[in-house]
Design a protein around this ligand. Structure first.
Ligand code: SAM
Length: 351
């Protein structure tokens, strides 16, 4: 089902509204018909399943069938500070960053950036926003990433938040992205990544970033093109944060809460076990100190029968027969399913 971001749609279930902002796409491109259904996101966290009621030359009307929360956005806010690149390269970075879960893309002007601030602002913002919208609809995002205002390198490095990572191909022994995220003393709630321009960053700029709290990281031995470095960095960060199919590789704000809850739950279980152990031991102690009932004289202990070597050992009732390997069959068969109190008895006998 086609998805569209139409922030203007705020209607409730059952209401019929105009879809003028996307009428051209529906009428001309998709040749939609009455009865067709589509998903409309309002970029405020809601997704509406809608049905085309009428579609004429001038407008499309559609009714809201169902309304639900938009798909979950990544808990960790990722901001890409990307030095401006030549035309289509920056477009590529905007598209791929949107698919990879970025929350905001900030165009940056550094000393070696080809573009000049003036030219960047003119006209590009609208173009990048339309690339973001298309990539967000195609990839099923729940919200539209922002295109921030273009900033100078100094403004960008001073104004960024969260865990700030600066991939730089010079310098020695810089950690990789995952190690840098793991070293972050705080649970990772937000990540900022800054990628240089085609001509690279000057050493003085890197020093300025370090002074502003950025961690320089390596993307390996090979020199990556700026657009490759941006896509690779965002992919590794998304993987580390558990957004690419595997679980998180670093402790995150949300994840840490989840682990705290888990720890509390297992602590509760352990205290139950301790209580049960203590009760068991009390019972045992009482049994040992209670006066022994007289054994009736008729019950005699059976004399131990002398067994010849060749005779196989008979299993005495209730006793496991020991197999060649030493473990008794009943032990080896039930070892994993042994009930908890049996284990307790064993630990009880140790005390
Ligand atoms: N010095 C590069 C060259 O000789 O072509 C120019 C910079 S590179 C094309 C663009 C940006 O990608 C760099 O500023 C850096 O942010 C990032 N980058 C590329 N390769 C990298 C690597 N191996 N480690 C860290 N960052 C890298």
């Amino acid at each position: 089902m086609h998805r569209f971001f139409v922030p203007e749609v705020v209607a409730g279930v059952g209401e019929t509204v105009s879809l003028l902002p996307i009428h051209h796409q529906l009428f001309r491109v998709l040749r939609a018909q009455p009865g067709d259904q589509l998903l409309v996101l309002d970029n405020a966290g809601n997704e509406r399943q809608m049905e085309v009621v009428s579609i004429e030359r001038r407008d499309t009307l559609a009714r809201v069938l169902e309304m639900r929360p938009a798909p979950r956005e990544p808990e960790t806010r990722i901001t890409l500070y990307q030095c401006i690149l030549k035309a289509d390269k920056f477009d590529l970075v905007v598209q791929k960053a949107t698919e990879l879960g970025v929350s905001e893309i900030v165009p940056v002007i550094s000393n070696r950036t080809v573009a000049r601030m003036g030219r960047v602002v003119l006209g590009k913002q609208a173009r990048w926003e339309s690339i973001v919208r298309e990539a967000a609809e195609q990839s099923g995002r729940g919200a539209l990433p922002l295109i921030g205002e273009a900033r100078t390198f100094a403004e960008a490095t001073a104004g960024a938040g969260g865990t700030r990572l600066l991939p730089w191909e010079e310098g020695e022994a810089n950690p990789g992205l995952v190690s840098a995220l793991r070293q972050s003393t705080q649970p990772v709630s937000a990540v900022s990544i800054l990628i240089g321009p085609e001509g690279g960053l000057e050493a003085a700029e890197v020093t300025q970033a370090i002074d502003a709290g950025w961690q320089v990281v390596s993307l390996g031995q090979r020199i990556l093109r700026a657009e490759t470095a941006a896509i690779a960095s965002l992919s590794v960060v998304a993987l580390a944060l558990g957004q690419l199919g595997d679980g998180p590789m670093v402790k995150m704000q949300e994840a840490s809460k989840a682990t705290e809850a888990q720890a509390a739950a297992s602590k509760a279980v352990d205290s139950e076990v301790v209580k049960a152990d203590a009760a068991m031991q009390d019972k045992q102690a009482q049994a040992e100190t209670a006066p022994k009932e007289e054994q009736p004289a008729s019950v005699e202990k059976p004399a131990r029968s002398r067994r010849t070597k060749s005779e196989p050992r008979k299993s005495e009732p209730g006793k496991p027969v020991r197999t060649k390997r030493g473990a008794s069959q009943s032990e080896s068969a039930t070892a994993t399913s042994r009930p908890r109190q049996d284990r307790t008895r064993k630990s009880g006998s140790k005390s």
